[in-house]
Design a protein around this ligand. Sequence first.
Ligand code: ADP
Length: 193
Amino acid sequence: MTAHIVLFGPPAAGKGTQAKRVAAATGMVPTSTGDMLRAAVAENTPLGQKAAGIMRAGNLVDDAIIMGIINDHLVLGDAPDGALFDGFPRTVAQAEGLDSLLKERGEEVSKVVNIVVPDEILLSRVESRIAETPVAERRSDDSSEALEVRLVAYHEQTVPVMAYYRSQGKLVDVDGTALIDTVTQSILVHLSE
Ligand code: ADP
């Protein structure tokens, strides 16, 4: 059966970086709802116009919109080695939506890799990313204010997703404070188990 993987963790944990590295190593198809939303904002589509302000403030976009973009963009037939989800699912409703979408195909999420990074390290990472990135290249939500909102959304709406997958025996933890390469290797070891 095709194995689909969720990369889970707080904002700025390194999910996007690890998704690219793990996808390159495994042939899995990286699937980032954050990237899909930023593309919609850049193209100024109706969805992008709705999402832009919500993202800039650091809040979560509505579940219905997210399930809509997943339905529109996820081509599971093109992912024989599985999809690698990054930044999705972020609410229990999204996790249930993903389960039913996969179930229709006789597929499922096989593992959820939780990249663990304490809040204070996340804050200092974002502050140095802001300092090192030219203004024109910054993400609209790369600010300490938006990060605080993103962390609240993470703890209130996203952390419950962990219990959802833990109860299914699918959750594994990796130390997200280790070197980038070490994190990638730990993820790959978990995926091969
Ligand atoms: P990060 O992991 O650094 O928070 P993302 O690129 O995953 O960054 O997400 C950026 C923003 O896009 C989020 O703060 C949120 O506004 C929106 N977003 C992305 N994915 C989702 C999702 N699955 N559900 C709701 N909002 C989302």
